[in-house]
Structures are given as structure tokens and as C-alpha cells.
Design a protein around this ligand. Structure first.
Ligand code: DX5
Ligand code: ZN
Length: 229
């Protein structure tokens, strides 16, 4: 799968979201961080803003729900037109049902794991997901330092995905910058969320292209995902 870049609007100017979406025409997705001040200690935005954003940009929305009770709240994000809806394994009470609902509403279904959550217990759920998101910081805030300790899990997740046919996207989120994206790509990630590295750059659109070029080169150098190890 080709490398994809999903700029996080958490690092954008919330008063100018339509302009900020338009500033990254080179992106594959727009990453929308939904935080409820319960699952994570921060509060961002919810359904009404996603509905408004849907009308304001042609970029597909990659909604990352850092919220309690995603079983209740994830389907409405798919109904609001999100292209992808990701729930946290730590918060979901009935992840199989919720992931199936997301898919049945026409969105891609994502499952996210915090840095301390192992991937192996979720192997049996891989048939239910279109994307696995591995957090490379503790969720809640942009601009944090990348956690290298997640790299072995990225490799193990890539191996699991290949054993299951290789179709599932492997996303990393948190501290992904020009200094860390190559490590992630080499380990097997193929979808990269970047907040401060994109919106903190003078030219966000050029930053997206530079990150994609770096990740693509690193993935090729490491022999592509299927041959890894
Ligand atoms: C963190 C969010 C991330 C955040 C990433 O909890 O899920 O999407 O925006 O920001 P950076 O790239 O600055 O670490
Ligand atoms: Zn996120």
C-alpha cells in the first residue's frame, strides 16, 4: 500500500478550520481528534464540527475518537460522513458490534491501541478492522515526544497484518515528524498522522509531501512490508 499522510487539525487554528483543511491539498486524509475530557484529559470537538468540516473540505475525514463509550458515539460519526472512524480498544465495551456498525454505515473501521496496550490480544479482531492505529504518544495532546518503545509493537503488528492478508492499514499517531517518520515506516507503518510537523511548518502542504517522500523511501529501503524480518 502506498504511504498516506493524515495531518491532524489538533495543531491547526480551530477558528479557521476550513482554511486549515484547504492548506493541505496534498494530504490523503484530514485527521480529526475527538476528545471528551474523560478518556483523555483534554476536550476538543464533536459531531457538529465534523458535520461542518465535511461540507467545508473534499478531503476524507479520519476521525480518531478518544472518548468513553465509543459504542454509543462512533456510529453517528460514520453517519456524519467520516471516511474512517477509529475507536479505542481500551474504551470500547462491544468493539465487534461497533466496528461492524461503522462498516455497515459505509466508513472504514479503525481500532486504536495506547502505547501500553499489547496488540496480540486483538489478533482475532483483525477481520473486523480496516485500520489499526498504534499511538506513539499517550493520547491527549499534540506536540509530544515520539515514544520509541512502540517501535517493536509496530513490527509485531505488521507481522500480524501480513499473516491476515496484508490489507489492513497500519497507522501511527503522535510525535511523527521528519525525525521519526522513517523509523515508523521501516517498522511497517503505512499511514502517518502528523499534527505539529505539518501545521507548525511554514508551508503545511510542502511538509505533507516531504513526510510522504521520507516515509516512502524508508519503506522501500527496508524491503517493503511483506519481506520484513
Ligand atoms: C494525540 C492525537 C494526535 C495529535 C498528534 O492524542 O491523537 O493526533 O494531534 O499531534 P503531533 O503530531 O503533534 O504529535
Ligand atoms: Zn489522533
Amino acid at each position: 500500500m502506498a504511504v498516506q499522510i493524515s495531518p491532524s487539525i489538533l495543531s491547526a487554528d480551530f477558528a479557521r478550520l476550513a482554511d486549515e483543511a484547504a492548506a493541505v491539498p496534498t494530504a490523503d486524509w484530514l485527521h480529526v481528534d475527538v476528545m471528551d475530557n474523560h478518556f483523555v484529559p483534554n476536550l476538543t470537538l464533536g459531531l457538529p464540527v465534523v458535520e461542518a468540516l465535511r461540507k467545508a473540505t473534499s478531503l476524507p475525514l479520519d476521525c480518531h475518537l478518544m472518548i468513553e463509550n465509543p459504542d454509543r458515539w462512533a456510529p453517528p460519526y460514520a453517519e456524519a460522513g467520516a471516511g474512517s472512524v477509529t475507536i479505542h480498544a481500551e474504551a470500547a465495551g462491544a468493539p465487534v458490534r461497533t466496528l461492524r456498525q461503522i462498516r455497515s454505515l459505509g466508513a472504514r473501521a479503525g481500532l486504536a491501541l495506547n502505547p501500553a496496550t499489547a496488540v496480540e490480544p486483538y489478533e482475532d479482531l483483525l477481520g473486523e478492522v480496516d485500520m489499526l492505529l498504534l499511538m506513539t504518544v499517550e493520547p491527549g495532546f499534540g506536540g509530544q515526544k515520539f515514544l520509541d518503545l512502540v517501535l517493536p509493537k509496530i513490527r509485531r503488528a505488521r507481522d500480524l497484518i501480513e499473516r491476515h492478508g496484508g490489507e489492513i492499514w497500519l497507522q501511527v499517531d503522535g510525535g511523527v515528524t521528519s525525525g521519526t517518520i522513517e523509523r515508523c515506516a521501516e517498522a511497517g507503518a503505512d499511514v502517518f498522522v502528523a499534527g505539529s510537523a505539518v501545521y507548525g511548518a511554514g508551508d503545511p502542504s510542502a511538509a505533507v509531501e516531504a513526510l510522504r517522500a521520507q516515509a516512502t523511501a524508508a519503506a522501500h529501503l527496508s524491503g517493503g512490508h511483506r519481506d520484513r524480518r
